[in-house]
Ligand binder design. Structure first.
Ligand SMILES: NC(=O)c1ccc[n+]([C@@H]2O[C@H](COP(=O)([O-])OP(=O)(O)OC[C@H]3O[C@@H](n4cnc5c(N)ncnc54)[C@H](O)[C@@H]3O)[C@@H](O)[C@H]2O)c1
Length: 349
């Protein structure tokens, strides 16, 4: 029997998740599409198969005992109430990032998932990008030795992606701007690549290039990792053009005591340890920013974890430490001080 899935929120990401379930026709089937814009729910339902129910009320999906799992792809302020209700009803959850509006909400979700004995996975899709999987292997093999520094960068123009007045422009519905919505991807990725982040110091700006936006669309963040590495991050939703020649305007550069990795002009590695990479920065010929693949990979991983009863790579439990980094960044902005990240160690159930 395939897993019966409900899609909650049929916008950009709801459609991506739906593609992930379509890719597993034997193992998962969408039985409900929900969006408060009925046309959006109906359009996705029509594209997703026959006899798919449509509703504008997320409670209908959660109340239906036939639904075993839900993809939550809704505005951030709805993540906690929807996920808590869905877990209480015994659903498995694939939840879009950011997990929540704050760390307290995220903790409550992990506790609820443990009580319910259900999978709670956060859709940190950059962990499932094929080249990132390869880079993680190179790092684990010691190809560039001990990583002592990192630079990350992201450049988008929000008003080019979403219409004016969209919920992502408002702190009340998004919980913040470029930090909570986008930089979170790379902080999660840095935790995956390098280890936990111990301390951050941050500055923010509202550029005026995103009309009506009431939270930060530029952020500059310094970080120190528990292993002593240091890093710098620059993220903006106000880049009229991408200033860095990478596939998506996002930079990742890692400095190790035995080499370097970066993604400028495609993924490159230099290693003083591994002969084939020792001649200079060597182009790895990896797939580059195949984001469509990430959604297929993450949905497959979610279904794998439900079937096998294992904890996801990007579980809610793991994500608490990503959420703690975001919390510390906003505290740093508020206080003008460097802030120590409140490390989360929730016990396994
Ligand atoms: N992983 C990524 O690369 C990535 C990219 C973009 C967005 N996201 C995340 O995905 C989530 C959704 O973002 P999006 O870009 O799909 O936004 P979106 O606005 O395109 O989609 C959200 C949908 O939720 C619907 N909605 C709003 N209130 C609702 C309610 N009460 N009941 C039912 N439906 C409701 C909206 O009508 C909309 O269709 C967010 O958490 C966002 O941060 C992730």
């Amino acid at each position: 029997m395939p897993l019966h899935v409900g899609i909650l929120g049929c916008g950009l990401m709801g459609q991506r998740h739906a593609a992930g379930y379509h890719n597993l026709p034997e193992r998962a089937t969408i039985i409900y599409c929900c969006d408060d814009r009925e046309d959006a729910a109906r359009a996705l339902a029509q594209r997703s198969g026959d006899n798919i129910r449509v509703t504008t009320r997320w409670q209908d999906v959660i109340d239906d005992p036939a639904v075993e799992a839900v993809s939550v792809c809704m505005p951030h302020h709805l993540h906690a109430p929807v996920v808590l209700a869905a877990l209480a009803a015994g659903k498995h959850i694939l939840l879009e990032k950011p997990m929540a509006m704050n760390l307290a909400e995220a903790r409550a979700m992990v506790e609820a998932a443990d009580r319910a004995g259900r999978v709670l996975m956060v859709a940190q899709n950059q962990r499932y990008l094929p080249e990132h999987t390869h880079i993680k292997t190179l790092l684990d093999e010691g190809t560039i030795g001990r990583v002592f520094a990192a630079r990350i960068d992201g450049n988008q123009l929000l008003s080019r992606i979403y219409p004016p007045g969209h919920w992502l422009f408002s702190k009340a519905t998004a919980g913040g701007g470029v930090i909570r919505t986008t930089a979170i991807h790379k902080f999660d990725l840095m935790r995956y690549f390098i280890g936990e982040i111990r301390r951050v110091a941050a500055f923010q700006k509202i550029s005026g290039l995103n009309p009506g936006m009431d939270c930060e669309d530029v952020a500059v963040i310094l970080m120190e990792f528990e292993n002593g590495a240091v890093g710098e991050a620059f993220f903006t939703f106000a880049a009229q053009r991408a200033p860095i020649p990478t596939a998506t305007g996002e930079l990742t550069a890692l400095y190790g005591d035995a080499g370097m990795i970066h993604n400028v002009g495609g993924w490159h590695v230099y290693s003083s340890r591994v002969e084939k990479y020792s001649g200079g920065m060597t182009h790895l010929g990896l797939p580059n920013a195949d984001y469509a693949a990430t959604f297929l990979n993450e949905v497959r991983h979610f279904v794998d974890c439900i079937e096998s009863g294992t904890e996801p790579l990007s579980s809610g439990r793991d994500n608490l430490n990503t959420m703690a980094v975001i919390e510390a960044i906003y505290q740093s902005i508020d206080t003008g001080q460097a802030v120590t990240v409140e490390k989360q160690n929730p016990p396994n159930p």
